[in-house]
Design a protein around this ligand. Structure first.
Ligand SMILES: [Zn+2]
Length: 274
């Protein structure tokens, strides 16, 4: 069985000084594209499911599909929830066989964030699942958060947060944002270096779509062990649909799988080579 926890794949990535790709997938085309790329590049993979996807892919049915792909895979696969903001969602994904969860209370005060994250760690333990949380705030999710301003991660707070919550991975804000970058991202490499030496657990980069290859390689070398992609997958699918205008849906569906596979494969090879 190739279904594994986030903790397992990130420890392995850290020891090899490379990173594992996290890809948010809400349908079969995305799932197939990601899994075909993982098999072809022999890469471990994190399949992520975000709370807003509930409207498109009911977790009670969709989790079975994700689990089936994970169990048949020849590479390690993590089933992970991305940016869960409610404990109900955390419980739902754990009950549906996920091996990892992310709780995002990064818009709350330090104390509240610790309290909510601790609760999630306690919920995940009986399932043997891993937990990721965020401190500082990576903006660009204004549908989830009222106050969505980018706040860099402070190294000392991050260290304290990791120790008090006992999480397995920490999402950091170092100039990265979610969605399409309006101007070239200004990654704070000095801050990353400080975080990497201060924080004892693997670091996670959200909003990786749109970051150039050179910066990404440097960040992986600098301690990023998990890299989240979503926007690039959506852009590849949308571009493909434009080119397929007037074609039969069956043909278009296959082309979308291929377009997503292509972009994911590029990311996986980049993370491996870093
Ligand atoms: Zn994110």
């Amino acid at each position: 069985m190739s279904l594994v926890t986030l903790k397992e794949v990130l420890e392995n990535a850290r020891s090899k000084k490379c990173a594992v790709g996290n890809f948010d997938v809400f349908n079969l085309e995305m799932l197939r594209g990601v899994m075909e790329a993982a098999e072809e590049s022999r890469s471990p993979v994190i399949l992520a499911y975000a709370e807003p996807f509930e409207a498109f892919a009911d977790i009670r049915h969709y989790a079975k599909l994700l689990l089936s792909y994970a169990e048949q895979a020849s590479v390690p696969v993590v089933l992970h929830s991305d940016h869960s903001v409610s404990l109900e969602e955390i419980q739902r994904v754990l009950d549906n066989g996920f091996t990892s969860v992310m709780i995002d209370a990064s818009d709350k005060s330090f104390e509240e964030n610790v309290e909510i994250t601790r609760k999630v760690v306690e919920m995940a333990r009986p399932y043997g699942a891993s937990v990721e949380s965020e401190i500082g705030h990576v903006s660009g999710l204004n549908t989830l958060f009222e106050n969505d301003c980018n706040v860099f991660t402070d190294p000392q707070s991050a260290k304290k947060f990791a120790e008090e919550t006992e999480i397995d991975a920490l999402a950091v804000s170092i100039g990265n944002v979610h969605g399409v970058y309006q101007k070239a991202p200004d990654i704070q490499f000095g801050l990353l270096e400080e975080l990497n030496t201060t924080v004892p657990i693997p670091l996670v980069l959200h909003g990786a779509s749109g970051i150039c290859d050179e910066d990404m390689v440097q960040m992986v070398k600098g301690g990023i062990a998990k890299v989240n992609y979503y926007t690039d997958l959506c852009l590849a699918a949308s571009e493909c649909m434009k080119q397929q205008e007037g074609k039969h849906y069956l043909d278009t569906s296959q082309k979308i799988v291929e377009a997503i596979k292509k972009v994911v494969l590029e990311k996986m090879l980049l993370l491996k080579e870093s």
